[in-house]
Design a binder for this molecule. Structure first.
Ligand SMILES: [Zn+2]
Length: 276
């Protein structure tokens, strides 16, 4: 089997490795686009691209219920559009939580993530690399310029959750994936590819809370991945960045990376690393 990547909308992805391990990143499956039907979406007056009417986006709850085996849940920061359904999935599947030290503590104490599934072996911090699942997956925490706090529910007071991070996920048989988390552009992004060739960069483009298309294109230029997949857009009306604008900004900069725009709910087969 080849490695598979599914996008659930916003920054939520599922990676199924070649050996059948299942990883979730920022698993907000019940996000407004993936979770709701067409009519409800129209009523919400969200920005609707034609591809959002893909029938799979109505399946957030069903997909959530169907996830019975998850090995790892990886989080970039504590905001609710990233923590998403992590606690529910963790409780049901026994998935281990992969996050930085402060976020880990907040996930356990504020949201009740099972402590036995969030120990030191899957907890790290900026610059550190974890070898997980018997070496099948390595994860490095890299910087992101954003905030990070956890709220028990909407309008509840925020709890400290440390620095936000990006995630560098290297699968043993390839590929190597860089998930930027929520961030602005910063020049040190170029360092991410100093130690690893990046096969796939998952980059936020929505603007307003993160970088928009132009700054995201500049980030791709710094990282120089083989393929780039945009994320963190179209979920809320304020996220105005679009894949079309992003494409234009990439072209303006003559960025070589292949742009792959995923549909919400779509699964693609990932190419192996060139070096693997
Ligand atoms: Zn976000």
């Amino acid at each position: 089997m080849e490695t598979q990547l599914t996008w659930y909308g916003q920054s939520a992805f599922k990676i199924t490795t070649a050996t059948g391990k299942l990883l979730l990143i920022d698993p907000w499956l019940t996000n407004p686009v993936f979770a709701r039907g067409k009519e409800e979406l129209a009523a919400l007056d969200l920005l609707i691209d034609p591809w959002l009417t893909n029938p799979v986006f109505a399946r957030g709850k069903e997909e959530l219920a169907a996830l019975d085996h998850v090995d790892l849940i990886l989080l970039t920061h504590g905001h609710s559009d990233h923590v998403g359904n992590a606690v529910e999935i963790g409780q049901r599947t026994g998935a281990k939580l992969v996050s930085n030290f402060d976020l880990n503590a907040a996930m356990i104490s504020v949201l009740g993530y099972p402590e036995a599934q969030a120990g030191n072996e899957t907890t790290g911090h900026l610059g550190g690399e974890l070898s997980l699942l018997d070496g099948a997956v390595t994860v490095r925490f890299v910087p992101a310029w954003h905030g990070s706090s956890i709220q028990k529910e909407e309008n509840a007071p925020p709890f400290y959750a440390g620095n936000p991070t990006g995630l560098l996920i290297a699968l043993r048989d390839g590929p190597t994936i860089y998930h930027t988390g929520d961030t602005d552009l910063f020049s040190d992004m170029a360092l991410v590819s100093r130690f690893n060739d990046i096969d796939i960069m998952l980059v936020c483009i929505g603007d307003h809370f993160t970088m928009g298309p132009a700054r995201a294109a500049e980030a791709v230029k710094l990282v120089n991945p083989r393929m780039v997949i945009p994320m963190h857009y179209a979920t809320f009306p304020v996220l105005t960045g679009t894949p079309e604008a992003f494409d234009g900004e990439l072209k303006k900069r003559a960025v070589k990376a292949e742009l792959r725009v995923m549909k919400i709910g779509e699964t693609i087969t990932l190419p192996r690393s060139e070096t693997a």
